[in-house]
Every structure is written in structure tokens, then in C-alpha cells.
Design a protein around this ligand. Structure first.
Ligand code: SF4
Ligand code: SF4
Length: 194
């Protein structure tokens, strides 16, 4: 199983704690409280953040020190069974995004135009800026970003599926993926490297 790249030393010495201080969904009295909550999360202790975080991802941007607060919050939630949605909904999402070999691949050469698992995105890949890749569409669970599972605090599903998605692109010989779905872009540029 892949391990999240999270530098505990960087976090322990952080004088900003912007990850939580800038959060739009929780209020903290100042650095001491916000940093204290992050330290609790890091050490695997309970924190109100594990209940109150609405999974907006923004703290991944607020942390300017290269750590991954949101992915860590999501991992801790999963470890503690603090899920964000009722179990049937979480399970439904896991099941309906499972890879079943029902994917579509267009005339892909070195570039692919990803429609994720959202057919409505296909028509958006038209016009002048997409003229080189309009016929190189890929669609299906085999190419979708599993980032949606962060919203359900199921990072284990991402760790299992994302390497397969990347391998599927490799098998196509793709050197560049143009993502019509912003979460696909975030997955390939942020979650994959984390
Ligand atoms: S996650 Fe980033 S901003 Fe938050 S305490 Fe750690 S280093 Fe600081
Ligand atoms: S992901 Fe959670 S903790 Fe991070 S900014 Fe959004 S609501 Fe706040």
C-alpha cells in the first residue's frame, strides 16, 4: 500500500498553520489552536477537524510548505471510521466507479483527451484549442480520477485504483493527458505525487 508523503517535522515547526487558519468552514482562535489541531491529527489523536472538515481540498493550497493536510485528514478519518457519508452512499460510489472494462479509447497517439467517467464532458472537447486531440478521447472507469473517494474519506480506494489508471495511460503510450475534468487534473498533478 502506498504511503502518503507527509513531512511531520515541517508541520511540527510550522509558524503559519494556514491550512486550518484559512479554512472557510471552521474557525480557530489563532495559530496555537489551529496548529494544535493539526498536531493532534498528525499524531493520530482525535480532532474536531475529523468531524467538521467538508472535504473542500482548499488546505492543500493553503499549505505553502508542501505538506498534504487534506489527504492526511482523509486518511485519519478512514483509519478511525469517521466517514463523511452514510455507508450505503459510500459503498454505492465505490461500486459504481469500479473498473469493468467498459471504457472507450479514441485515436490516441502521444496525447489523450480525458473525459473521466462523465460522458457530458465529451462535447466540450471541441473547437480550435482541442483540434489536435478531439479524436483522442478516453472515457471510462479505467481512466477516471478516483479523487471522488477523498470526499468519502476512502483514501485506500484511491491508493488501489490510481496506480492502475496511470498504468492504463502508460499502456496507451500517452505522454500528455488533457483533462476536461478539473478533478482529473488535480488527481494527476497532486494526489498522484503525494
Ligand atoms: S499542513 Fe502545512 S500549513 Fe498546516 S501546519 Fe502543516 S506545514 Fe503548516
Ligand atoms: S479540506 Fe477540510 S480542513 Fe481543508 S480547507 Fe477544506 S474544509 Fe477546511
Amino acid at each position: 500500500m502506498y504511503q502518503l508523503k507527509f513531512n511531520e517535522k515541517i508541520c511540527a515547526s510550522c509558524r503559519q498553520a494556514d491550512c486550518l487558519l484559512k479554512c472557510q468552514y471552521m474557525t480557530f482562535s489563532g495559530h496555537k489552536e489551529a496548529h494544535g489541531e493539526m498536531m493532534k491529527i498528525m499524531k493520530g489523536k482525535d480532532s474536531r477537524v475529523l468531524s467538521e472538515c467538508v472535504t473542500c481540498y482548499a488546505c492543500e493550497e493553503y499549505c505553502t510548505r508542501g505538506n498534504h493536510p487534506f489527504y492526511l485528514i482523509s486518511e485519519r478519518r478512514e483509519e478511525k471510521g469517521r466517514f463523511t457519508a452514510p455507508r450505503p452512499i459510500t459503498t454505492q460510489w465505490i461500486n459504481m466507479t469500479v473498473m469493468q472494462g467498459k471504457y472507450l479509447v479514441g485515436d490516441v497517439k502521444d496525447k489523450a483527451l480525458s473525459c473521466c467517467y462523465i460522458p457530458e464532458l465529451g462535447p466540450l472537447g471541441a473547437g480550435e484549442i482541442f483540434k489536435d486531440v478531439a479524436s483522442a478521447g478516453v472515457f471510462g472507469a479505467e481512466f477516471m480520477c478516483p479523487a471522488v473517494h477523498t470526499h468519502f474519506a476512502r483514501m485506500s480506494v484511491i491508493k488501489e485504483r490510481l496506480p492502475i489508471v496511470i498504468e492504463n495511460y502508460r499502456k496507451l503510450g500517452v505522454k500528455e493527458v488533457i483533462c476536461l475534468h478539473d478533478e482529473c487534473y488535480g488527481t494527476l498533478t497532486s494526489i498522484a505525487s503525494a
